[in-house]
Design a protein around this ligand. Structure first.
Ligand code: DBV
Length: 247
């Protein structure tokens, strides 16, 4: 239940600040039960999915995995509509037997563009610095992933659960509020070249996340390969499927 308050806060805040509509969750993915481990260490694991959309946000979705003290995950991502230059909101909050792994970011479409950085990274640096001061840098992560993170990437592996409940929770709330400020201000893109750049950047990000999903192993052990691949491509990172449907 460690991440339930994060999910509750996110949904309440989104409802307060946006006009949300439901986003279709394919059958079989709203709720899935499985079993992890053997004998005395056996744990029931429940995965629930939550999804919404709004005028500027194509898909707002969360996967919440609850499997006792040693397995708790909230993966929460916001994918903007393709006619906005907004970054992705990404939260990967993971508790495994070895401890907690926390990644919170607003992942840029155009990481190396200085004007993009000035628009979407610089304003959140004060929030990043405030929280970074209390949360030790989490150390190595896959080098390939670094091209998708912003300079405000909050990455930490706290040992104490209390740190997650307090400092990580505050950081999550601050990042989400700041993201919704960006959403409020965002204006529709109409230029053809810019729209194409956004589409390419979204596809690159989505394909990376789908291909390298660090939860693939966990889901495959729990629910099998077929369910897992369908969950990843048909719900968690579904842009390619949606584009294929619309052409
Ligand atoms: N990660 C997901 C989804 C998850 C999920 C959809 C629904 O993208 C969970 C579940 N992340 C999850 C789990 C682990 C991680 C790890 C279960 C632990 C895997 C394990 O140790 O077995 C950020 N998440 C990680 C790691 C990173 C991230 C860097 C460590 C991975 C490693 O060391 O290999 N978030 C992740 C990431 C991006 C992001 C790579 C890239 C853009 O936004």
């Amino acid at each position: 239940m460690l991440y339930q308050p994060f999910l509750d806060y996110a949904i309440a805040t989104l409802q307060e600040r946006l006009e949300l509509s439901p986003y279709h969750i394919p059958e079989g993915f709203e709720r899935k039960e499985g079993v992890m481990g053997k004998g005395k260490r056996q744990e029931n694991v429940l995965t629930t999915s939550h999804a919404f959309k709004s005028k500027k946000l194509r898909q707002i979705r969360a996967a919440h995995v609850q499997g006792g003290n040693a397995l708790q995950v909230l993966n929460f991502v916001i994918f903007p509509e393709l006619n906005y230059d907004l970054p992705f909101f990404g939260g990967d909050l993971v508790t495994l037997p070895g401890g907690h792994l926390i990644a919170i970011d607003m992942q840029p479409l155009f990481r190396d563009d200085p004007s993009y950085k000035a628009k979407y990274a610089e304003p959140i640096m004060p929030i990043f610095e405030k929280h970074q001061a209390n949360l030790e840098w989490g150390g190595d992560f896959p080098a390939e992933a670094s091209q998708f993170f912003s300079p405000a990437f909050l990455w930490t592996r706290p040992q104490e659960t209390e740190v997650v409940q307090t400092q990580v929770f505050e950081a999550f709330c601050d990042y989400l509020q700041a993201y919704l400020d960006f959403v409020e201000q965002a204006e529709e893109v109409t230029d053809g070249k810019q729209l194409d750049d956004i589409l390419q950047a979204q596809k690159r990000y989505l394909n990376y996340r789908a291909e390298k999903d660090p939860a693939r192993g966990m889901f495959t052990r729990l629910y099998g390969e077929e369910w897992t691949e369908e969950y990843i491509h048909g719900f968690l990172f579904d842009l390619e499927r949606k584009l294929a449907l619309s052409t």
